[in-house]
Design a protein around this ligand. Structure first.
Ligand SMILES: NC(=O)c1ccc[n+]([C@@H]2O[C@H](COP(=O)([O-])OP(=O)(O)OC[C@H]3O[C@@H](n4cnc5c(N)ncnc54)[C@H](OP(=O)(O)O)[C@@H]3O)[C@@H](O)[C@H]2O)c1
Length: 349
């Protein structure tokens, strides 16, 4: 049996669902892959818990479901331990990082936790876009120097395995164009407005249902989609020009959704069409790419023109493999949390 000691930073929507997946899948993972996954440490904004023999997953989930901090874990909780302290001190094989993006605070604490874990010889799996946007090359090189892996499949389009598809299954191809709907919130909100809700009513409803993040403008102004596009381009397009100068957020021509006229959204719905926040990368000469994010009215025959309110998708146009379309229906954050398991298994199995 291969025992893997895990640290988990961030116990919100994603982190707690990841714990649930570990709990449910434990027997299958042991039987199918000979893997014994043990959560030895976890951290949230209130502190950390650590036990070298492993924490009880059900107890971690119970604490979070009751609105408590994991730092109150019986006999193994450390309220004065920030996440970074846990990552710097714990004996573990892998860090799973699911803390907030926090671009306004230099992607902390995620970035420092990831750096420290890589320097200490741990593999890292993150669903957090912030550190990958700010420091992809540095973290990529740090992982290589330390002989460990850095994965971030969940940072691009929830549970949609777009990085695997592009990096593994399109090997040898040139990707000529990327079109993606990588943000779920904007499609959901635009569909509500198309049904007759005002922007305000739609946002209140999305917020009440937990679809909208605390910083709603991150999604609505297109920052989230732009971040995902930048991560995708840097990770899957094998061009010397991009290796020398990776794409950045400021390279993306970005328009959010809030200036759209509600009448236009309603008309589109009546005509069986829909608006989606489309992220596009188009190849120009010299291996350069034109990057944009903005709302587009998609015809039903467009490969992404029939996406439902909680669906995301990507179209990859290649030189030799044709045009590949992948979509995902993500009614809750379980598929996003499962993408961390996908990365974990890809590293360990
Ligand atoms: N939700 C999704 O469907 C989804 C999909 C793909 C990617 N992601 C990404 O995954 C990450 C987590 O998303 P989420 O929806 O789970 O967010 P969330 O529900 O807001 O949870 C964030 C977690 O991080 C913890 N946290 C906040 N500040 C911290 C700090 N300084 N130190 C340690 N922990 C801290 C919070 O602690 P408390 O519990 O104490 O508040 C909470 O447990 C984000 O980067 C997000 O962009 C999310």
């Amino acid at each position: 049996m291969n025992r893997v000691r895990l640290l988990l930073v961030g116990l919100g929507n994603l982190g707690t669902r990841f714990c649930g997946i570990l709990l449910d899948k434990g027997p299958l993972l042991r039987g199918r892959y000979g893997l014994e996954l043990r959560l030895v440490g976890a951290a949230d904004s209130g502190g950390a818990a650590y036990h070298e023999e492993g924490l009880n997953l059900a107890e971690v989930m119970r604490l979070k479901e009751s609105g408590d901090t994991v730092a109150h874990y019986p006999d193994a909780g450390f309220p004065d331990w920030p996440a970074l302290e846990l990552v710097g001190a714990a004996q573990a094989d892998m860090l799973l990082e699911a803390s907030p993006v926090n671009m306004r605070q230099a992607a902390e604490p995620g970035l420092s936790c990831i750096r420290t874990a890589l320097q200490r010889g741990m593999h890292v799996v993150t669903a957090n876009k912030g550190p990958i946007i700010l420091a992809y090359r540095e973290l990529h090189d740090l992982a290589a120097e330390n002989g460990v892996q850095l994965r971030f499949d969940g940072a691009v389009a929830g549970g949609l395995p777009v990085l695997y598809l592009a990096r593994r299954d399109l090997r040898g191809a040139r990707i000529l164009r990327i079109e993606a709907v990588p943000n779920l919130v904007t499609g959901y909100v635009m569909d509500l407005v198309g049904e007759g809700f005002s922007w305000n009513q739609a946002l209140v409803r999305a917020s009440r249902e937990g679809v909208l993040e605390a910083d709603a403008r991150w999604d609505l102004d297109g920052w989230d989609a732009a971040a995902k596009l930048v991560i995708l381009v840097n990770a899957i397009i094998e061009e010397a020009a991009l290796r020398e100068r990776p794409a950045r957020m400021e390279d993306v021509a970005r328009t959010g959704i809030l200036d759209l006229d509600p009448d236009a959204l309603q008309r589109a719905r009546e005509e069986g069409r829909r608006y989606r926040l489309l992220a596009q990368a188009e190849r120009r000469g010299g291996g350069d790419f034109l990057l944009s994010v903005g709302p587009e009215l998609l015809a039903p025959e467009h490969p992404l023109g029939r996406l439902g309110s909680k669906q995301m998708g990507v179209v990859l146009t290649t030189d030799i493999y044709g045009t590949i379309v992948a979509t995902i229906d993500e009614q809750d954050p379980v598929p996003s949390a499962a993408s961390m398991l996908r990365d974990l298994l890809d590293i360990m199995v």
